[in-house]
Design a protein around this ligand. Structure first.
Ligand code: NDP
Length: 295
């Protein structure tokens, strides 16, 4: 009979090797369900590991990263507001992290801490379950950390055009300036005005602002202009509520909709594989998140 997760954890303490340690650092982190999703997959894989959610203020970020190394953590997730600032304290970066200029996942390898960005990879998986990104014409609404990671990954995977629309247009321009020299995708920045029209011709439209988060009635003022025979994919990064106003209105116009929960699960699953070499149990992770949102 296979040993249970609980028995393996107890045996690890008594006989070693000790359980693998992971954490999520950010401020605030109360309400961030990552721990519950990660614990669900550790249990399902019978992988002896512990995951902590830690409030880390700006002034303690350096020591917190030092602690991750000193305590021998195998990896960590990084959330707002540290995704950019944490880079100063890491030893190396993956291409996604370097190009997007943000880290949401730290991998400990041979005593060094490597910064990765799995947000964009998680998003990419949720889209490629429907259609290949290569050659796609994409509109990304928003230019914050999530948008940056998504634009980077879509460009690295061969999207032909990405238009970035943001309320503060300068932030969209900065993404274009930073990324364009490294990719063949045609990047363009535009202003997101009230009553913004989503013109026809996009294969994928991404709502990557924080509008609608924890606000089922909140949504951007958008008009869809695609033609009847077109069926774009509309994806929202917001995961709570799962069915957002943006997805409702996109669905009403005939678009195929993709919710933000998929991205959240996949970015966590990519992290698990980076940390452990194991394939995560995405069903257990999604159901842990759905349970968490009812608490
Ligand atoms: P940031 O704070 O970095 O960026 C926020 C973005 O939202 C900016 O583009 C900002 O525009 C825009 N925005 C905020 N309010 C408004 C408004 N009233 N009207 C128009 N635009 C607005 O946040 P992140 O990019 O880190 O996060 C964005 C969302 O993505 C959050 O909801 C977060 O929870 C979600 N997320 C989901 C993940 C997942 O796995 N599903 C992973 C990571 C994030 P401006 O620049 O003009 O201020």
């Amino acid at each position: 009979m296979e040993k249970s997760y609980d028995l393996l954890c107890r045996e690890a303490v008594m006989h070693g090797p000790l359980e693998a340690l992971f954490c999520c650092i950010g401020d605030p982190v109360v309400g961030n369900p990552t721990q519950l999703m990660m614990e669900a997959t550790f249990r399902s894989l019978a992988f002896p590991a512990r995951y902590l959610t830690c409030t880390v203020s700006d002034r303690h970020l350096r020591e917190a990263v030092g602690g991750i190394k000193a305590f021998g953590f195998s990896g960590a997730n990084v959330t707002a507001p540290h995704k950019v600032a944490v880079m100063e304290y890491l030893d190396d970066f993956t291409e996604s992290a370097r190009l997007s200029g943000a880290v949401n996942c730290i991998i400990a390898r041979d005593g060094r801490l490597i910064g990765d960005n799995t947000d964009g990879k998680g998003f990419l998986i949720s889209i490629e379950q429907l259609a290949p990104v290569k050659g796609m014409r994409v509109l990304v609404i928003g230019a914050g950390g999530a948008a940056r990671a998504i634009v980077t990954e879509l460009a690295l995977h061969g999207a032909s055009v990405i238009v970035i629309a943001n309320r503060t247009v300068q932030k969209a321009v900065r993404i274009v300036d930073r990324l364009q020299p490294h990719v063949s995708t045609h990047l363009q920045a535009v202003a997101l005005n009230k009553g913004f029209s989503i013109e026809s011709g996009f294969d994928l439209v991404v709502q990557a602002t924080s509008v609608g988060l924890f606000d089922p009635d909140g949504g951007l003022d958008l008009t869809w202009k695609h033609k009847h025979r077109e069926q774009p994919i509309a994806a929202d990064v917001v995961f709570n509520p799962v069915r957002t106003k943006f997805l409702e209105s996109a669905g009403d116009t005939g678009a195929i909709t993709v919710d933000g929960l998929g991205m959240l699960v996949h970015q966590g699953a990519v992290a698990i594989t980076q940390w452990t070499g194991k394939e995560a149990d995405r069903t257990a992770m999604r159901s842990a998140l759905e349970d968490a949102f009812t608490l």
